[in-house]
Design a protein around this ligand. Structure first.
Ligand code: GLU
Length: 438
């Protein structure tokens, strides 16, 4: 069968949906309130954790290639540092807002605590469409943004990393701009750098690898042998592509993948190793469908979410599973590759329907875990082999997953609530031990 063209583009479909007014910050706060009902933590401590410690807003002027100057806004939200330096990504996206950064910084606090890493949570970004920038403009913007936030970052203060719209090159420029101003080479100021300047092998694929590991453990636990398991993956960036490729390698049947233009579906399975990831070649999934694929049907990103598969991995953007489509999700297991793909309202519907949702703060935590390995390598000036990175990530993920599973079993709560219970207990115990200053 030839590749079919979808009738309405994803863009049109999105505009027809009734979108729920739920920001990342609202979702993160509601999740925290719900988790607080399961743990014995003082109300004032919860109230404190609903707010960021600090949010930095900066103005970033950029000289365009044609000599004109445009002005952008950047943020760095620092949520909590009781367990160690703030840690989290920087995104370049036109829809970055202060509240989104704060919500995402809260998730980083919980993610680091779930993995028991000695870090707190932060997130930042610049309100810009990275596709509208040339490489030179992106570099100049990054260097100037680094200068504007230079006082509040540092290897023992706050350590940025890649996120949507940023990549290892961006991290190399941050490292260079920071180091030039400080007068010494300080690789530990950012993670996710290219290995040649202190980056860790295995860092780029780490979030996707952790999604795959957590999917494998969860499938085994609920008795879905991978060789009989069908998987749909939304997004083919570093998270989606790496998760899809590993699950395919481990014997699962990946029946659908997508990029920003739409999805492809083949009930017999797609050879995901034949499709370049977004980082290798942007929008290659739909290009592959147009050029090559036999037996591949073009569907929309919205349809992909509702496919009758065993496992759904939303690994593209936030807020894709909402109260509008939660009833139509046919997967038995949802593994959150993106940050915040499920709204609070949708989560309640999925839980009621018995769908197991493995939350972002556990599933994609491989990224920040290998960031921690990178930070250790930078401090020690000693590189680890990719085999060591993979082995240590495997054991850290399985340990964290097992700790959460124990909470799921003991308390009879969802995987998200169980993850929050573990994270919140660690963070609030640390606050209690340190006390309130002054
Ligand atoms: N941006 C990634 C995340 O959301 C990685 C953060 C990090 O490595 O610091 O987990």
């Amino acid at each position: 069968m030839a590749s079919k063209q979808q009738s309405a583009s994803d863009e049109e479909q999105r505009s027809n949906e009734t979108t729920e007014p739920e920001t990342a910050l609202e979702t993160a706060r509601r999740q925290l309130e719900q988790a607080a009902t399961h743990v014995d933590v003082d109300g004032a401590a919860i109230e404190r954790l609903k707010h960021p410690a600090k949010v930095h807003e900066v103005t970033v002027p950029l000289e365009r290639d044609d000599g004109s100057v445009d002005v952008f806004t950047g943020y760095r939200a620092q949520h909590d540092s009781v367990r160690g330096p703030y840690k989290g990504g920087l995104r370049y996206h036109p829809e970055v807002t202060r509240d989104e950064c704060v919500g995402l910084s809260m998730w980083m606090t919980w993610k680091c605590a779930v993995m028991d890493l000695p870090f707190g949570g932060a997130k930042g970004g610049v309100v810009v469409d990275p596709k509208s920038l040339s490489d030179d403009e992106k570099e100049r913007l990054t260097r100037r943004f680094t200068q504007e936030i230079r006082d509040v970052i540092g290897p023992t203060k706050d350590i940025p990393a890649p996120d949507m719209g940023t990549d290892p090159d961006t991290m190399a420029w941050i490292m260079d701009a920071y180091s030039m101003q400080e007068g010494e080479t300080i690789p530990g100021v950012v993670t996710g750098k290219p290995p040649v300047v202190g980056g860790s092998y295995g860092r780029e694929e780490a979030p996707g690898r952790s999604v795959a590991i957590v999917t494998r453990e969860t499938c085994e636990y609920y008795d879905y042998p991978l060789s009989d398991t069908t998987v749909a993956v939304q997004g083919f960036g570093s998270v989606g592509a790496n998760a899809a490729r590993l699950l395919h390698e481990w014997g699962a049947t990946v029946v659908a993948v997508s990029d920003v233009n739409g999805a492809i579906y083949d009930p017999d399975g797609i050879d995901v190793t034949a499709i370049p990831s977004h980082d290798e070649e942007p929008e290659a999934v739909t290009a592959y469908a147009a050029e090559a694929a036999d037996d591949v049907t073009r569907i929309s990103n919205a349809d992909l979410l509702e496919l009758d598969v065993d496992v759904l991995v939303p690994a593209a953007i936030g807020n894709v599973i909402t109260a509008d489509n939660a009833d139509a999700i046919a997967a038995d297991i949802v593994v959150e590759g993106a940050n915040g793909p499920t709204t609070f309202a949708a989560d309640a519907i999925l839980e009621e329907r018995g769908v197991h949702v493995i939350p972002d703060i556990l599933a994609n935590a491989g990224g920040v875990t290998v960031s921690y390995f990178e930070w250790l390598q930078d401090i020690n000036r000693r590189k680890w082999s990719v085999e060591r990175v993979h082995d240590e990530l495997e054991s850290e993920m399985v340990r964290a997953w097992s700790e959460i599973r124990d909470e799921v079993e003991e308390r009879n709560v969802s995987w998200r609530d169980a993850s929050y219970v573990v994270a919140l207990s660690r963070v609030s115990d640390a606050h209690e031990a340190r006390g309130l200053w002054p």
